[in-house]
Design a protein around this ligand. Sequence first.
Ligand SMILES: Nc1ncnc2c1ncn2[C@@H]1O[C@H](COP(=O)(O)OP(=O)(O)OP(=O)(O)O)[C@@H](O)[C@H]1O
Ligand SMILES: [Mg+2]
Length: 242
Amino acid sequence: MEQQTFLDTTAAVSIRGLDKSFGRRSILRAIDLDIRAGEFVALLGTSGSGKTTLLRLLAGLESYECGQLVTPQVKAVAFQEPRLMPWLTVRANVELGVRGVDVGDRALRALDEVGLAGRVDAWPATLSGGEAQRVALARALIREPGLLLLDEPFSALDALTRLRMHQLTLNLWRAHTPAVLLVTHDVDEALKLAGRVVVLSDGAIAADIALPDLAIRKASDPAILAAKRHVLALLGVDVPPD
Ligand SMILES: Nc1ncnc2c1ncn2[C@@H]1O[C@H](COP(=O)(O)OP(=O)(O)OP(=O)(O)O)[C@@H](O)[C@H]1O
Ligand SMILES: [Mg+2]
């Protein structure tokens, strides 16, 4: 089925009754999901629950059997591994596939924003894991997407680098205000970054939890603790009672 695109100012994503199978195996069933323009949503679920499949559907990389899927025209994806072209410099990787007379300047600006102004002529093989992921973010940003799709982009990074990437992602989100769908296995990461947490289970949405405003949120907030227990229970993790 063809994906529709629209430029609504309030809705970035609208999914209705979406079914997706691989062969005879049903992966996603009757999914309904809306993401507002500029909203940051985290998607959790056990391994194999269909998170990447949903993200790929939103990116237009998968077909689907039945339902409705509406997304912004401009989408960008960053995966767990940065997927840089090893034969291109950092700057050329960011420019790749982007059109316009000012692409060079835009690439430099995007690399500056992710803190890599000094590495524009470096080769991917010489970058650290965190730097390579920052190039992947710059490559996504240069497109000014209405929807930014992130599939476990921090999971291969060490704890300290991951914390820095969290802050960078929030800064970039605030500066560019795309709608974001972040797939993660890390419940704390989801509760720290997102405004809403969606849990996939058995091919369906098992929970859709709005979180307190980021500006006033604390990890010890009762609403955050309750959300954490709820999500962990859905992921099959037993949480002892308080
Ligand atoms: N191209 C494909 N062909 C056949 N089956 C597939 C294909 N891609 C994914 N699947 C199956 O669909 C199911 C969902 O996969 P998906 O990658 O979406 O899960 P996930 O939630 O992202 O898992 P993980 O947390 O491990 O990344 C899995 O059982 C997987 O084996
Ligand atoms: Mg996945």
